[in-house]
Design a protein around this ligand. Sequence first.
Ligand code: LIP
Length: 281
Amino acid sequence: MADFLQNVMDHAVAVARKAGEVVCSALSDERKIMTKSSAVDLVTQTDQRVEQLIIQSVKEKFPSHRFIGEESVAAGESCILTDEPTWIIDPIDGTTNFVHTFPFVAVSIGFSVNKRVEVGVVYSCLEDKMFTARRGKGAFCNGEALQVSEQTDIHQAIIATEFGSNRDLKAVDHIFFSLRNILTLPVHGVRGAGTAAVNMCLVALGCVEAYYEIGIHVWDIAAGLLIVSEAGGVLMDVTGGDVDLMSRRIVAANNKTIAEKVIEQIDPFTPPRDDAPPLDK
Ligand code: LIP
């Protein structure tokens, strides 16, 4: 199993780097911008092309494996995680950043077996930072070992979060109430890279104490959650308890003390699950 997972990791790194080259070279191209769940939930032909590049490359080496890809799901493929070896792919995490050439754009590739993420790769391609983790083997950035921050005082923390692409007023009220609670603790600062995967890598790097968000998808977090835990961090649901990959809710923190302080401030809501049956059209 160990050699198999190393083969998976090696392939994930190679295809993430190649995908990142395509993303970076497309930055100067004219972009056809389309929308999905809302007027601000953007997708481009580069997202779609890169996802197909990754899937085709994996199929050649691992023909029996399954896929959960952001743009495949958007095109109607199922988003059901089984025990089978599954590649969980966000071809461009930070699509809005990509459209605006805001410099945080990542290729995120998670790999799960028996519904447990075993390999995580996040390539922040404009920074040329390759974040990797194998379960039980540590987390790395360009080969350097990662360790989360040792901070336990929330008042000396930087917290990352995002506003997401849901503009429903009730959801926005929850998001702003949580942000208000965090800001007035107070904390040193609140930041957002515009991509869940990079936000989670910032936790693993130790420069952000926690990241939380409600509204993300399994492909945004599958790789990042392993990178955080292998860097010594913790993953929880926004109401405490274990993180649920399909729940669209996450808290990724350097330790339980900070995680629980963040959870106390969050005004939770429950988006439709990633694996919920499709609504009848
Ligand atoms: C993005 C996430 C981010 C969220 C955005 C968007 P995408 O993923 O990484 O955390 O706030 O709304 O979902 O769509 O760029 O792959």
